[in-house]
Design a protein around this ligand. Structure first.
Ligand code: ADP
Ligand code: ZN
Ligand code: MG
Length: 481
C-alpha cells in the first residue's frame, strides 16, 4: 500500500493588542459586562462610518515584519458577506485579494533540522461578536445570548502555505508563531481567552506525488494540544478512506474534544459565496515605506536572535538558551537577574528550575511573578555568600512565592542562616558520633562510605542548616587523623 504524505496549512486569527477597536473608539478590555463596550459604528447602525485605527495597522505591519513578509504599500478593505447573529452588519470588514502583508516565512527547529514554513499572507480584519448558548451546545440550547463587546476588535489573519508535514509540526509552528507575536507585542495570543484561534486544513497524498489531495478544514481547536490531536485523528480518518478506495469529501469538520473525533459540519463554502467587494466606506490603505521602516527599527530582538545571543554572551547551552527565550517575559526576567548576579550558570539553573516550577504551580507568567528578578538575586546572593545552603534556598523561594517576603527577611525570621562556625558544628558532631558508634567504627576501619551517613545525621539534627562541606571536613579530621 502507498505511503502517504501529510499536507497541512493553517489559518490563524490573532487579536491585536490595541486599546480601542479597529474602526471605532470602543474599548477592547476583556471581561467587561456584556454589551457595555459597543457604539453605533461597531453595532452597524445606518448612517455610521468606520474610521481606521492607526495603531491596528501598525501592529499588523509589525506582525508582517516579524514573519518576514513583504509589506504592501497599497492594500484594500473588502466586505466578506454572510449572515450570522454575531455579525450585526451581515458583513465583516476584511481584506481579500490585496492584503497588507504577503510572502513571509517562519523557521522551526524540528528534529535538529530547520524547517521553513511559508506565510502566504497576513491581513487585517475585524472580530465578530460572541454567541453564548443557554445549554450544553448550540443544538440543544433553548436560546442564545449575544455579546457584542468583541465585535469590531482588530484581528490579523495569518495564512500559511501548505508547507506543514505533520500534526506535531503544526503544533510547533503555532507555538513559534505565538512566541513571535508575543515578542513583537502584537497579540497576547491566549488560546483559552480566544485571542489566538486556529483552523487547520489537511489533506493526504501518495508520497512522491506533486499534486495535492482533497483537503478538509477543521474548526473548534481550542488549545495547542487540540490542534495536534485533531490533526492526528484526521490523518487516520483520511488514510482509511483513501486506502478503502473512497474519496475524501471537501468539507469543514468540527473537533469534539471530549470524544476525540472530528465531525462533518458543512460542505466547504466557496470564496465566491462571500461575494467579496471593496468596502466603499473605506479608502484603500496606503502605508508609507518610511513608516514601515520606522516600525521595523522599533521591533525588539526576536526569539532566534535572542537565543543565539544568550549562547554567545552567557555561554549557555542551546537547550538552556531555548528555554530561557521561550517567552520574552522569561528572557527579560533572566537578564534582569543577571544584572545583579553575574553568574549565568547559577541564575539559569534557578530560573529554569525552581522559578519556573513555582510560576507553573501558581499559574503565573514570569512578568507577573511575585518574586521579582531583584528578589531572586537577593536569594542567590545568600547562596553565593554561603549564608544558606541550596536546600534551604529552595524552601525559602517557595515561601517567597507564597508570601512575597524577601529572602533576607525569611532567613532572618526563621533563623535559617547556615551554621558554619566550628564551635556550633563540633557540638552537634560530638552528639551524632556518640549516638552512632557503629558507623564511627566503620570510618575508623577505613570504610569511608559511612562518613556520608554521619554528615547526613548532622544535617538532620541541624534541620538542614549546617554547612555540609565543613561538617564533612570536621568529621574527617576527628575520625581519620
Ligand atoms: P480555500 O480555497 O479553501 O480557501 P486556500 O487556498 O485559500 O483554500 O488555502 C486555505 C488554507 O488551506 C491555507 O492555509 C493553505 O495552505 C491550506 N491548503 C490549501 N490546499 C491544501 C491542501 N491540499 N491540503 C492541506 N492544506 C491546504
Ligand atoms: Zn464601537
Ligand atoms: Mg481561501
Amino acid at each position: 500500500m502507498a505511503d502517504w504524505e501529510v499536507v497541512i496549512g493553517l489559518e490563524v486569527h490573532a487579536e491585536l493588542l490595541t486599546k480601542s477597536k479597529v474602526f471605532c473608539g470602543c474599548s477592547t478590555e476583556f471581561g467587561a459586562e456584556p454589551n457595555s463596550q459597543v457604539c453605533p459604528i461597531c453595532m452597524g447602525l445606518p448612517g455610521t462610518l468606520p474610521l481606521l485605527n492607526k495603531r491596528a495597522v501598525e501592529l499588523a505591519v509589525k506582525a508582517g515584519l516579524a514573519l518576514q513578509c513583504r509589506i504592501n504599500q497599497f492594500s484594500v478593505f473588502a466586505r466578506k458577506q454572510y449572515f450570522y447573529p454575531d455579525l450585526v452588519k451581515a458583513y465583516q470588514i476584511s481584506q481579500d485579494d490585496l492584503p497588507l502583508c504577503s510572502d513571509g516565512y517562519v523557521e522551526l527547529l524540528v528534529d535538529d533540522t530547520v524547517r521553513r514554513i511559508g506565510i502566504n499572507r497576513v491581513h487585517l480584519e475585524e472580530e465578530a461578536g460572541k454567541s453564548i448558548h443557554a445549554g450544553e451546545d448550540i443544538m440543544s440550547a433553548a436560546y442564545s445570548l449575544l455579546d457584542y463587546n468583541r465585535a469590531g476588535i482588530g484581528l490579523i489573519e495569518i495564512v500559511t502555505e501548505p508547507d506543514i508535514r505533520s500534526p506535531e509540526e503544526a503544533r510547533l509552528f503555532l507555538e513559534k508563531l505565538r512566541q513571535l507575536l508575543q515578542y513583537a507585542e502584537v497579540s497576547d495570543c491566549k488560546m483559552e481567552e480566544g485571542s489566538l484561534r486556529c483552523d487547520a486544513n489537511i489533506s493526504l497524498r501518495p508520497k512522491g506525488s506533486s499534486a495535492f489531495g482533497v483537503k478538509c478544514e477543521i474548526k473548534n481547536l481550542n488549545s495547542f494540544r487540540a490542534v495536534q490531536r485533531a490533526l492526528e485523528f484526521e490523518v487516520e480518518r483520511q488514510k482509511a478512506l483513501l486506502e478503502a478506495g473512497e474519496a475524501v469529501v471537501p468539507e469543514t469538520r468540527h473537533w469534539d474534544e471530549a470524544q476525540g473525533m472530528t465531525f462533518s459540519m458543512r460542505s466547504k463554502a466557496e470564496a465566491a459565496d462571500y461575494r467579496y467587494f471593496p468596502d466603499p466606506n473605506l479608502y484603500p490603505l496606503e502605508v508609507e515605506p518610511s513608516w514601515v521602516e520606522a516600525i521595523r527599527a522599533e521591533l525588539p530582538e526576536l526569539p532566534d536572535a535572542r537565543r543565539d545571543r544568550f549562547m554567545e554572551e552567557y555561554g549557555l547551552s542551546m537547550y538552556a538558551a531555548e528555554v530561557l527565550t521561550s517567552s520574552r517575559d522569561l528572557a527579560d526576567y533572566f537578564e534582569e537577574c543577571m544584572e545583579q548576579i553575574k553568574d549565568p550558570k547559577l541564575v539559569s539553573n534557578w530560573v529554569m528550575g525552581e522559578v519556573q516550577r513555582w510560576l507553573k504551580a501558581h499559574g503565573l507568567e514570569a512578568a507577573d511573578s511575585p518574586v521579582s528578578p531583584k528578589d531572586l538575586a537577593g536569594l542567590l546572593q545568600l547562596i553565593q555568600a554561603n549564608a544558606i545552603s541550596n536546600l534551604v534556598a529552595k524552601d525559602v523561594l517557595e515561601e517567597m512565592f507564597a508570601t512575597g517576603k524577601s529572602a533576607q527577611t525569611i532567613v532572618d525570621d526563621k533563623g535559617l542562616r547556615q551554621i558554619s562556625d566550628d564551635d556550633s558544628l563540633e557540638a552537634m558532631i560530638a552528639e551524632v558520633l556518640e549516638a552512632n558508634p557503629g558507623p564511627v567504627a566503620d570510618v575508623k576501619a577505613g570504610k569511608t562510605k559511612a562518613i556520608g551517613f554521619l554528615v547526613g545525621q548532622v544535617m538532620k539534627a541541624s534541620k538542614g542548616k549546617a554547612n555540609p562541606q565543613r561538617v564533612n571536613e570536621l568529621i574527617r579530621q576527628k575520625l581519620q587523623d
